[in-house]
Design a protein around this ligand. Structure first.
Ligand code: ADP
Ligand code: MG
Length: 250
């Protein structure tokens, strides 16, 4: 569904993604994880054509991403950037309608879709006329997710969609996202730095470090057959203190 072949990307002569290849199968949730600055957001931005690689090839739906087909391909994917990325001068519903109106979708169809999404993400319709600054963090993330789902894309790209939330809201929205992804059978690429979130949501996990893909595998394989000592180190560092204590005792 998504194929990256030998992608390299530099900023000002500094290479931050090195010869990275990745295949994301249809209907799966793939989580990109690694320490801050390892290149997760850069990789996601490359996949949605917000950045272009220096070399290598990116294909969505078996079509190579190019400046020519970018607009057509973008309409088939949804994305949520790190802070939700809602336009502050537009209400929630204006943010959501943006693309549908631009593409001149039928108004009834758009309204029907909005009602459907409100149900799916448990957003009450009376919140829709508020501006982003009048919404809680969790509500902003729900609206951003609804905006991404508006055109019913097959692929969703999410960059730390729960990053700014407090732990309680984070866990509840995590559960909701899990059920939304499985209900909708989307192909999802999600960035996080939280192993618990990766464990909860991922079918497959990409462990990144310093712009390299160290291992692309299921959580149980990462744990049982780490390809690099850093994989084990990273997983263990994120284990809860009581789990580490248990390891010590056993
Ligand atoms: P992550 O999302 O994993 O925290 P990023 O992809 O944001 O990491 O960044 C990877 C590296 O690329 C970092 O060293 C960062 O400073 C650098 N970088 C990211 N975007 C830019 C940019 N627009 N200009 C220059 N350097 C950048
Ligand atoms: Mg990032």
């Amino acid at each position: 569904m998504i194929r990256l072949e030998q992608i390299t990307k530099s900023f000002n002569g500094n290479e931050v993604i090195h010869d990275l290849s990745l295949d994301v199968p249809a209907g799966k949730t793939v989580v990109l994880i690694g320490p801050s600055g390892c290149g997760k957001s850069t990789l996601l931005r490359l996949m949605v054509g917000l950045l272009w690689p220096d070399s290598g090839n990116i294909a969505l739906f078996q079509k190579n991403l190019s400046r020519k087909n970018l607009e057509a391909l973008r309409q088939q994917v949804g994305f949520v950037l790190q802070d939700g990325g809602l336009f502050p001068h537009m209400t929630a519903i204006q943010n959501m309608r943006l693309m549908a109106d631009y593409l001149k979708y039928d108004t009834d169809k758009t309204n029907h879709r909005i009602a459907e999404l409100c149900e799916l993400t448990h957003i009450s319709t009376d919140l829709l006329n508020r501006y982003p600054s009048e919404l809680s963090g969790g509500q902003v993330q729900r609206i951003a997710l609804m905006r991404a789902l508006m055109l019913d894309p097959q692929i969703l790209f999410l960059d730390e969609p729960l990053g700014a939330l407090d732990p309680l809201n984070r866990v509840s929205l995590q559960e909701e996202m899990k059920s939304i992804f499985s209900q909708l059978r989307k192909t999802v690429v999600l960035v996080t730095h939280d192993m618990g979130e990766a464990a909860a949501l991922a079918d497959l996990i990409v462990i990144m470090k310093d712009g390299y893909l160290l291992q692309y595998d299921t959580l149980s394989n990462l744990s049982a057959h780490p390809a690099d000592p850093f994989v084990t180190e990273f997983i263990n560092a994120q284990r809860k203190p009581w789990q580490q204590l248990e390891d010590q005792i056993n």
